[in-house]
Design a protein around this ligand. Structure first.
Ligand code: DX5
Ligand code: ZN
Length: 222
């Protein structure tokens, strides 16, 4: 995956599940870069969503773009094998859900995927210590994980800035992804704080014209 200035990852949790493949193709035709697959287990988060078979189905459907898998599951370790095999490109894990986060991340890389680490609103950024050399993406959650359509927590903007400083200090090309409650009104602030990868669910899928919404968002982030 090559880094471009702004990457839009459409959260398929907000798609119409009765027309999943169609929705994925429509969102890609509208101009998003990646598809974001939110995996929820009713244990780590109070909701239940998709398994690895969904990634496999999307690949069978001819979807070639990066599948950005966000694992909100505990224990998470066994799942990474299934998702890598099913066609995930990037696998993001929450440190709280890994018994040995360094090992989990190493395994994700060994499986040929890029690796992300997700920080919940209450997770301190110190948990990135000792992991900056291996991480490909840092996900700053701007809602508590579990549901789409939640309110963006604006007090987390300084946290995004701090993570950007960490990335600059690392001298590595690491995606800074933000997920949760993004819309036309807050995306510029999120970008200014340092994000370059934007996960969006309800804003995209609730829009009557996907292409128009993606175009408007790209105009805002420039
Ligand atoms: C929340 C998920 C998000 C969410 C995004 O646990 O990780 O990806 O579905 O949806 P919106 O953009 O509606 O907040
Ligand atoms: Zn997500």
């Amino acid at each position: 995956m090559q880094q471009t200035s702004s990457i839009f990852s459409a959260s398929m949790l907000s798609a119409n599940w009765t027309r999943f493949g169609e929705e994925a193709h429509a969102m890609l035709a509208a101009g998003v870069d990646w598809l974001h697959i939110d995996v929820m287990d009713n244990h780590y988060v109070p909701n239940l969503s998709f398994g690895a078979a969904l990634c496999q189905a999307l690949r069978k459907e001819g979807i070639k773009v990066p599948l950005d898998v966000h694992l909100m599951a505990n224990p998470v370790d066994r799942l990474i094998f299934d998702f890598a095999k099913a066609g995930a490109s990037l696998i993001t894990v929450h440190p709280e859900a890994c018994l040995h986060v360094h090992r989990t991340m190493t395994q994700i890389k060994e499986l040929g995927c890029q690796v992300g680490i997700a920080l919940n609103p209450g997770t301190p950024i110190d948990c990135l210590d000792h992991l900056m050399e291996m991480v490909d993406l840092i996900l700053v959650m701007t809602v508590n994980p579990g549901f789409s359509g939640q309110q963006f927590i604006s007090s987390l903007l300084p946290k995004i800035e701090s993570v950007r400083q960490r990335i600059i200090a690392s001298k590595r090309d690491i995606y800074l992804q933000v997920d949760g409650g993004l819309d036309l009104n807050n995306i510029k602030r999120v970008q200014t704080a340092g994000a370059n990868t934007f996960v969006m669910g309800s804003t995209l899928f609730k829009s009557p014209d996907y292409a128009k919404m993606v175009a408007m968002l790209r105009t805002v982030v420039g």
